[in-house]
Design a protein around this ligand. Structure first.
Ligand code: UDP
Length: 245
């Protein structure tokens, strides 16, 4: 973040970013609910050049049994990047980064899901990153929320997600891979619009207190856009295609 010398122009004199976007413009986002026959719920998301598939299983018996909780169901999340998802082949073994992202996505989803009606069970969320281009944790979190809703898991709200950040001394919406590598800050935000609650907030980079506030606001506004597309995906599956996917 920030330190790398680069000839890349992150923001030109017309305020246009390296991928042609304006500072407050998200990448193209497409979300589809359903699609995996063997999962209880599933979703697919394209967020710019990120392509991510999520399968949800459960509530179901917990193995190993000692992980179960007699008072409530538990949520388990596995974020996994395919070796071919990035330019330089990724080692298929779980990396520290994947373990961290699995943990933050789980913690971002926990305030949304209502699992106390399903004691001794687990809801498993499997996230497969097929193609990565910066911002996979936000894209994965948004898709996981749709997949949980598709599985019929009771939820207080869906968690929408989008990153904000800073590049060329400017606060930007939806940080891409180049901006993540050469920019000054990356702030992934997860947010439940109906409850007005932030459930994920990370920051890589340095921001002044004013920039921090602006970045959170820009990220939350991005989440509100993503939320509309999450609802649209569920609407398309359940009200336009007769729920037969
Ligand atoms: N990345 C990569 N190889 C890796 C891990 C990540 O090329 O082993 C790229 C990938 O495009 C990812 C980006 O680096 O989206 C930024 O990763 P970060 O850890 O910031 O998480 P993300 O922004 O994807 O949530």
């Amino acid at each position: 973040m920030g330190g790398r010398e680069s000839t890349l122009v992150l923001l030109d004199e017309n305020g246009i970013r390296c991928d042609g976007r304006k500072v407050d413009e998200p990448r193209r986002i497409m979300i589809k609910a359903g699609g995996l026959k063997n999962a209880d719920g599933s979703a697919y998301i394209e967020f710019g050049d990120n392509k991510i598939l999520v399968g949800v299983f459960g509530p179901r018996d917990v193995h190993p049994k000692h992980m179960s909780n007699t008072d409530t169901g538990i949520l388990r999340v596995r974020y996994h990047m395919e070796p071919f998802s990035v330019g330089e082949r990724k080692n298929p073994a779980p990396s520290r980064r994947e373990i961290e992202i699995s943990k933050v996505i789980k913690e971002a989803l926990l305030p949304a899901v209502i699992l106390d009606k399903f004691p001794r069970t687990a809801v498993d969320v499997f996230i497969e990153v097929l193609q990565a281009d910066g911002g996979t944790r936000c894209a994965a979190l948004a898709a996981a929320s749709v997949a949980l809703a598709d599985a019929g898991i009771p939820m207080r709200d869906m968690v929408a997600a989008c990153a904000a950040g800073k590049a060329a001394d400017t606060i930007i919406l939806d940080v891409n891979n180049e901006e993540d590598q050469a920019g000054q800050a990356d702030m992934p935000v997860g947010y439940m619009p109906n409850l007005d609650k932030i459930t994920l907030l990370q920051l890589d980079g340095v921001l002044s207190p004013e920039e921090f506030k602006k970045c959170v606001k820009v990220g939350v506004d991005g989440c509100k856009l993503v939320y509309e597309l999450q609802k649209k995906a569920l609407h398309e599956k359940y009200f336009q295609n007769g729920g037969d996917q």
